[in-house]
Design a protein around this ligand. Structure first.
Ligand SMILES: Cc1cc2nc3c(=O)[nH]c(=O)nc-3n(C[C@H](O)[C@H](O)[C@H](O)COP(=O)(O)OP(=O)(O)OC[C@H]3O[C@@H](n4cnc5c(N)ncnc54)[C@H](O)[C@@H]3O)c2cc1C
Length: 421
């Protein structure tokens, strides 16, 4: 038996299915949602993940139909003045762009691609995974409708609230609450600055960022994704049991009442969104292994992380590809899951921990503490040398990442296949 079972058909599950198909491993995805309707708003795909999508045949034209290459990342003051900016993607020396995409549309694209390449039978929708058993010969997956499936391996890509992870690590308890709530939405507006800039502003307690997730129409307007975050010690969102909850703007706009008269009317932009989604800022303390025999965790199920560096979805894609490479090396065996875990668990756990700090956004706090977030002369608030020193470790890391990625061989060598029993 060589069939691989995949729990969860989100970004990680679908890219895993496409990767397994590419290397000749049969698989079936079990997804709780009954359909492949687009769900979600904006998210970023880093150049390393974009490279993998290209290598899966999901190239620039397709990604441009669900998003736009990001050109710039910028921090601005509450009165709209530049604090820091840098190029992104190819503007930062990568051979592949960084894409700001509409998560729902990217997901729908992956869904269609899986159906077309693997066939309808490979995507079992409306089937919630309830648990598993494993023995020397394989894994049995139990669904909450009483059905079951048998396979050689189980890949748990069932996201933030993973049922499989809860069975593997029953003592873990709830997600770690970061005392912050995020609201996301989209509005149509003219893109700022380069036309594809990720622009952030904030105080120690509140943060707002925007970036376009579509190319502009003839009127010059694009779909602009916004994310607003507020530090709140206790909030019902903390107890969420799914990724996003639709909420009326009236439920959170009052946190941003003092953000009406800034250089951008953040309040009005949020209020203009047809729909807003609420998510708590949560993650988990990393675990020493994602692997148990014939079962392995991947994507958010393995490493839920704060969105500080916008790396969650990209890491899910890289996971799927590294898993594919491990299956090529070790065959469809528990050894492949061990090899995957061995390659990724420790470095990605370090990334989860790094994402708990504010990273480059820390500069917004420094500016706020020195001048209340409004200034006319940045140099008198944070001298150029101090800014340069502060950013140096991040810019060096980006240069290093670009050099590494540009010279790295493909994760999955072209034409490589896994040995299937
Ligand atoms: C509906 C939705 C909307 C999102 N919107 C955004 C967004 O706007 N911006 C953003 O940055 N990130 C968003 N995310 C999160 C983002 O997709 C992930 O953080 C990232 O892509 C990692 O992907 P993943 O596949 O590991 O997790 P996810 O994308 O969360 O996928 C997990 C999948 O598993 C399914 N699932 C869960 N439990 C079970 C079960 N027991 N049985 C079967 N299937 C199960 C879920 O329905 C989901 O399809 C969203 C996730 C979801 C589920």
């Amino acid at each position: 038996m060589s069939d691989v079972l995949i729990a969860g058909g989100g970004i990680a599950g679908l890219v895993t299915a496409l990767t397994l198909h590419q290397i000749g491993v049969p698989c079936t995805v079990f997804e709780a949602f009954p359909d492949g309707e687009p769900r979600g708003v904006g998210m970023n795909l880093q150049p390393n993940a974009v490279r993998e999508l290209y290598e899966l045949g999901i190239g620039g034209a397709l990604l441009n139909s669900v998003g736009i290459p990001l050109r710039e990342w910028a921090l601005v003051s509450l009165n709209g003045r530049d604090i820091y900016s840098e190029g992104r993607g190819m503007d930062a020396g990568f051979h592949w762009p960084q894409f700001s995409v509409n998560r729902g549309q990217l997901h729908a694209l992956l869904h269609r691609t899986v159906r077309r390449r693997l066939g309808n039978h490979a995507l079992v929708m409306g089937n919630r995974v309830a648990g598993f058993d494993q023995d020397a010969d394989g894994v049995t997956l139990y669904l909450d409708n009483g059905r079951r499936a048998r396979g050689a391996l189980l890949i748990a890509a069932d996201g933030l609230f993973s049922t499989i992870r809860a069975q593997m690590f029953p003592d873990e308890g709830p997600l770690n609450w970061g005392e912050t709530v995020l609201w996301r939405g989209t509005s149509r507006a003219k893109p700022l600055r380069t036309g594809s800039s990720y622009v952030s502003m904030g105080t120690p307690d509140k943060h707002f960022l925007i970036y376009p997730i579509s190319h502009p129409d003839r009127d010059g307007k694009a779909l602009i994704n916004w994310v607003a975050a507020a530090k709140i010690e206790e909030h019902p969102a903390r107890y969420a049991d799914r990724w996003m909850r639709q909420v009326p703007a009236s439920s959170f706009l009052s946190y941003f009442d003092d953000w009406r008269d800034l250089w951008i009317d953040a309040h009005a932009l949020m209020g203009a969104s047809a729909t807003a989604y609420e998510t708590p800022l949560v993650d988990r303390v990393p675990i020493p292994t994602w692997h148990q025999g014939r079962v392995v965790l991947l994507g958010d199920a393995a490493h839920p992380m704060y969105p500080t560096a916008a790396t969650g979805a990209s890491q899910a894609i890289i996971d799927a590809r590294v898993l594919g490479a491990s299956l090529i090396e070790e065959g469809v065996t528990p050894g492949a899951l061990y090899a995957f875990d061995d390659k990724l668990c420790a470095p990605v756990s370090a990334l989860v921990t790094r994402n708990r700090s504010d990273g480059r956004f820390e500069l917004l706090r420094i500016v706020y503490e020195r001048c209340g977030g409004h200034f006319t002369d940045l140099d008198s608030v944070v001298p150029p040398r101090e800014r340069e020193d502060f950013m140096l470790r991040y810019t060096r890391a980006t240069e290093f990442a670009a050099e590494m990625l540009n010279t790295a061989p493909p994760i999955i060598p072209p034409g490589a296949r896994a040995a299937v029993a």
